[in-house]
Write a protein that binds this ligand. Structure first.
Ligand code: BJ8
Length: 424
């Protein structure tokens, strides 16, 4: 991949020495984590290809889009509405960082006691290591946790950063505030792209994104089968790629994957024996390439059957956006009503998240829950206490973990995960 795209990366101002180091390490890690898994669905070949081209083909597509006058928006949260970006003729790419590689770079300017997700992402930007960041015309932040909201002020010194004001509760007044924020965001997208957003364009964009959400829902529904037709590692990869691949292509390819999984379910074929322990992951998002938790769980013989996270079921909360055709105000309200069903730990109260987790245990026939929070993530760390209590009261085995992206942490997490699985 490198030679073909070198000029493009250099044009984007990438630090080629560090980028070569990162790209040089990835194939061996991917081989070890992904390609050695037994009984993988054949359709995973597409996602393997996407990873092999991780800083290549899709970035080239973004650059072609920009050459035609298009704009790219970098995002960090499922509350940033992709359909509004698409309706304005833009492309949205999820930029959350999942690699320890860039964390030390971020620690040169940020306090160390911030979650690894924020540090990894910021390190990719200030180290000029990520071509998606470099290709972005505007970064969209949000006022979710304190760590993110103060980081945007710093990040804005490196790249233009726009902030959406997400309320931390969900009263009728908060809903009105969020709808007004969607309207303000829509105006920003129009100003950046130079394209007016009409009800027709927004309806068409929402339909495109709904199709992507629907195929992911289909994937998750298939994971309820025993034995599970796909590993948690592979399902996570599919979701991670959904954040930056072309939505129409992603929907098509994931639909092909689901066809294969459906046949597997029909034939009783799985990635692990039918009696393998089934684990529900709950907690902070797992951005690419943070694969440690499912890797540790599945290497120990269990299978992750669902993720209650924004790289999982929280991404799909609220189902499809039922888009009315009678005008932008109603359409924005419909988007807000769907989004506000995403039970992020940044909200208070957030009892619905605990109800979600209890429901998912039943729906996915989970034998236990592993709740993982990144260190220094106060919302998920604190909410984990109540999640643990609710699960214990319901008689569901639960393990509460926290950690970061480092190898040292992986060693400690391995011991605790293996001990937990033995008790099931
Ligand atoms: S809707 S989960 S994608 S905010 S891990 S940066 S919370 S300190 S990521 Fe999230 Fe939107 Fe919520 Fe989902 Fe802060 Fe915690 Fe770090 Fe986090």
């Amino acid at each position: 991949m490198s030679e073909q795209y070198r000029a493009m990366w250099e044009g984007l101002g990438i630090d080629m020495r560090r980028h070569d180091m990162l790209m040089g390490a990835l194939p061996a890690i991917y081989e070890q984590v992904y390609l050695r898994q037994p009984a993988r669905p054949q359709a995973m070949g597409f996602y393997d290809f996407v990873v092999s081209e991780i800083h290549g083909l899709r970035v080239k597509e973004l650059m072609d889009h920009k050459a035609r006058g298009g704009k790219v928006f970098g995002t960090f949260c499922v509350y940033v509405p992709e359909e509004i970006i698409v309706a304005g003729g833009g492309i949205a790419v999820g930029l959350c960082g999942g690699a320890d590689f860039s964390v030390p770079t971020a620690e040169q300017i940020l306090p160390r006691n911030l979650c690894a997700l924020i540090k990894s992402a910021v390190g990719f930007k200030i180290g000029n290591i990520c071509p998606y960041f470099q290709a972005s015309d505007l970064i969209i932040g949000e006022t979710t946790c304190d760590g993110k909201k103060k980081t945007w002020e710093i990040l804005d010194e490196y790249i233009p950063t726009y902030v959406m004001d997400l309320p931390n509760s969900r009263t009728p007044a908060d809903r009105e505030l969020w709808i007004s924020e969607l309207r303000r965001f829509m105006a920003k997208v129009e100003a950046v792209t130079g394209n007016a957003i009409t009800p027709e364009k927004l309806a068409a964009a929402a339909a495109l994104i709904n199709r992507k959400r629907a195929v992911l829902e289909r994937l998750f529904a298939l994971r309820r089968a025993r034995p599970s037709p796909i590993s948690g590692l592979d399902a996570l990869l599919v979701v991670q790629i959904s954040f930056y691949d072309d939505p129409a292509r992603f929907t098509q390819k994931t639909s092909e994957l689901c066809d294969e999984l459906e046949a597997r379910v029909h034939n009783g074929q799985g990635v692990a024996p039918a009696n393998a322990k089934r684990i529900l992951y709950a907690g902070t998002p797992m951005p690419i390439p943070f694969w440690t938790i499912p890797l540790l769980i599945e290497s120990a013989g269990a299978v992750v059957v669902a993720e209650e996270s924004c790289t999982g079921t929280r991404l799909l909360a609220g189902g499809a956006t039922a888009i009315p055709r009678n005008g932008l105000d109603e359409q924005l309200a419909a988007i807000a009503d769907r989004q506000l069903q995403t039970n992020c730990a940044c909200f208070t109260p957030n009892d619905a998240r605990i109800e979600d987790i209890l429901r998912l245990v039943q729906e996915y026939h989970a034998d236990g829950v592993i709740h993982f929070s990144l260190s220094f993530c106060q919302p998920y760390n604190l909410e984990g206490v109540r999640v643990q209590k609710a699960l214990q009261e319901a008689g569901v085995p639960v393990l509460l973990l926290e950690g970061d992206y480092t190898e040292e942490q992986a060693g400690q997490l391995k011991t605790r995960i293996e001990a937990f699985l033995e008790t099931l």
